[in-house]
Design a protein around this ligand. Structure first.
Ligand code: COA
Length: 327
């Protein structure tokens, strides 16, 4: 018995923002952003929230699976930028799609979220008997970036992706690996807002007074971590599964910077053409990153049944992980 990806779906908000659009209000240029990151455009939500994006991606995956909503036993939504905490986004997805009989919860492992979500669903399906699970990654990073910080805001976009996992006779998921090393230097940081209450005033506590509630990043530190973590995760899952990296047909990476992908391809000794890349069009969509690229690769026929596929991600925490599967 294996756990296999049955269908995928994705959703991007309709508004596309180009590098030239950003140069209208930031001291930046299309040339700088393109050469340093590989990003040309990103989708930005204007009027939609993270949970709206999650619902649409989940709807597409469920529709592609051909299942009835009541067959789904588990819904997990991954996000860094939830617009609601109560109910959790997974509950909103359940309600919108009429999924009556499912356990549901949200999960946050920053930009590694989709590999954490997939691994969690895989484990729960094996131990708790769920036949079908819906996993979603969604983010509206435009809500949490500092639009005056040219070194970070140009890197991010909004989007969501989803997949239906099923118990099957096919091998499906072969190996998973999750990791999180301590971020001693706050290389990636974004605080939630603390509110004044009758019992507590955050402004009176020195350590809480100046908490930035937008993404702050030490770019070069994150970049070094990302290349190392990506490469290690890929090697660990291939060793666990007893397969050669050269036999992997498609690598679906977290899309943070095209330079990270070229370096990872080089150190793994894999042709860059095996990487499923959409960063040029969608930028870094955090939890939405891996599943949107996966959906694109499946829909375009790049990934076919029986192919060895690697999902690999890294992000704040500093978290990382990978899932190796036979599609
Ligand atoms: N436009 C123009 N100039 C910019 C700029 C922008 N959008 N952003 C930064 N710069 C400037 C800097 O101010 C710096 O100027 P200075 O030399 O006068 O000080 C110069 O460009 C070089 O900055 P640097 O930070 O050294 O560039 P870099 O080559 O490291 O690229 C990142 C910066 C952020 C693109 C890169 O470090 C990166 O992508 N890191 C990983 C980020 C990541 O993966 N984050 C998400 C993880 S989930």
């Amino acid at each position: 018995m294996g756990i296999q990806f049955l269908a995928t779906g994705s959703y991007l908000p309709g508004d596309v923002v180009t590098n030239e659009d950003l140069a209208q209000f930031l001291d930046t240029s299309d040339e700088w952003i393109t050469t340093r990151t590989g990003i040309k455009t990103r989708h930005i939500a204007k009027g939609e929230t993270t949970s709206d994006l999650a619902v649409e991606a989940a709807r597409a995956a469920l529709s592609g699976s051909g299942l009835d909503p009541e067959q789904i036993g588990l819904v997990i939504c991954a996000t860094v930028s939830p617009d609601i905490s109560v109910p959790m986004i997974a509950a909103k997805v359940k309600r919108a799609l009429g999924i009556e009989n499912a356990a549901a919860f949200d999960l946050n492992a920053n930009c590694s979220s989709f590999v954490y979500t997939t691994t969690t669903a895989y484990s729960l399906m094996q131990t708790c008997g769920y036949e079908y699970a819906l996993v979603v990654g969604a983010d509206t990073n435009s809500q949490i970036v500092d639009w005056t910080d040219r070194a970070t805001c140009v890197l991010f976009g909004d989007g969501a992706g989803a997949a239906v996992l099923a118990k099957t006779d096919a091998p499906g998921i072969l190996a998973t690996h999750l990791d999180c090393i301590i971020d001693r230097e706050d290389a990636l940081h974004c605080a939630n807002k603390l509110h004044k209450t009758p019992f507590f005033d955050p402004d009176t506590v020195e350590t809480l007074r100046e908490r930035p509630d937008k993404i702050q990043m030490k770019g070069s530190k994150v970049m070094k971590f990302a290349i190392r973590a990506f490469t290690e995760s890929a090697k660990i899952v291939t060793q666990k599964a007893g397969v050669q990296i050269a036999d992997i047909k498609a690598i679906v990476p977290h899309q943070a910077n095209f330079r990270i992908l070229t370096s990872a391809a080089k150190s793994l000794g894999v042709p860059l053409e095996r990487f499923c890349v959409n960063i040029d069009r969608v930028a870094n969509t955090s939890a939405g990153s891996v599943p949107t690229a996966l959906d694109e690769a499946v829909r375009s026929g790049v990934i076919q049944r029986g192919d060895l596929v690697l999902l690999a991600a890294f992000g704040g925490g500093l978290s990382s992980g990978a899932v190796l599967l036979e599609w």
